[in-house]
Design a binder for this molecule. Structure first.
Ligand code: GDP
Ligand code: ZN
Length: 308
């Protein structure tokens, strides 16, 4: 009975060992990958936390026979790799985390993470953390003014003072969430503040956690006591979108998506063509200059790399 094949969610990866949930009340099984999957895994996007897998018993353990089709997968471009890196599969939302200051607020970086989420077809919200710091309030107001009209939820938080944590807990309380943001913005601190039992290490530069029997943990899904799961993955510096073409990039910008059909030319790049509805909206101030600038930067990058 206990050694029957089953389908479960991968909740931890690292060192070639995959932890797969078999039920909510029993510990996950540790499985290895079937040979052919191992090859694909090396390409970076085949088996990640959040994936559903078919697992079968083998002599002395378990093996992952198959990764089931994904509902979605969060991908990013690694400038040094020919293939995208997968962060997490089958997620319900992305939370883009920025700090009001320290590190300085960078709306272009927020836009890049929003595009990563949109390219995966995953809804995103924005958290501005470190709202306890002086000067935070105008920053938060600025971000609210930019993104709320576009339909994004914007929440100010502080892992220090506790502001906004109840709302954040509520947002995370169902399904699987992924926090995306530059390092130092307080993602780890926020999770610890939400759930002190987690006791995650703050300000960690290398995420090669050595635990217990010398297990290397690369990524894991953390269950929060208030409900919901959050992906705990290695940080990354380069937030390059993947899985979207430069021609479709405007579908990742809610304020451009509808308007671009009004451009005079089909396939308008919104950079130089006459009769461009997007640029006219920019001139009229109905599309923010920073958003147009983010669009142009990401578009250029996608054309250089043909990512996706
Ligand atoms: P991560 O890299 O995004 O996981 O960021 P960390 O959680 O490691 O936090 C980076 C630094 O910011 C640490 O020194 C934290 O103590 C600090 N920090 C995190 N959240 C807050 C906050 O809300 N307010 C203030 N003032 N500092 C914070
Ligand atoms: Zn245009």
């Amino acid at each position: 009975m206990t050694d029957q094949p089953f389908e479960g969610v991968i909740v931890q990866t690292g060192g070639g060992v995959y932890h797969v949930m078999r039920g909510s009340d029993i510990p996950p099984v540790e499985a290895s990958l079937r040979g052919r999957l191992k090859l694909q895994a090396r390409e970076g996007d085949r088996v990640v936390i959040g994936d559903r897998a078919r697992v079968e018993p083998v002599a002395g353990g378990w093996t992952i026979e198959e990764v089931l089709p994904r509902r979605n997968v969060i991908l990013r471009r690694d400038p040094h790799a020919p293939r995208p890196k997968a962060i997490t599969a089958n997620v319900d939302r992305v939370i883009v985390v920025a700090a009001a200051s320290h590190p300085p607020l960078d709306v272009h970086r927020i836009d890049r993470f929003l595009v990563i989420a949109a390219a995966a077809g995953v809804p995103a919200s924005i958290v501005i953390n470190k709202c306890d710091l002086s000067g935070a309030s105008p920053r938060l107001t600025e971000v609210e003014g930019l993104y709320r009209p576009l339909g994004y939820t914007v929440l100010g938080t502080s892992a220090e003072s506790g502001v906004g944590l109840d709302e954040l807990r509520g947002i995370l309380s169902e399904g699987v969430s992924v926090l995306l943001g530059a390092s130092g913005t307080g993602k780890t601190s926020l999770l610890n503040a939400l759930d002190p039992a987690l006791d995650l290490r703050i300000g960690e530069l290398s995420r090669k956690l050595s635990r217990g029997r010398h297990t290397t943990v690369n990524a894991r899904l953390i269950g929060l006591t208030g409900g919901g799961q959050v992906a705990d993955t290695p940080g990354f510096e380069h937030a390059g979108p993947w899985g979207i073409s430069s021609a479709n990039l405007d579908t990742c910008f809610p304020e451009m998506e509808k308007l671009s059909s009004e451009c005079r030319f089909r396939g308008c790049s919104h950079t130089h063509e006459p009769g461009c509805a997007i640029r006219m909206a920019g001139d009229a101030g109905t599309i923010a200059e920073t958003r147009l600038e983010s669009y142009r930067r990401i578009r250029e990058e996608l054309q250089e790399t043909r990512g996706g």
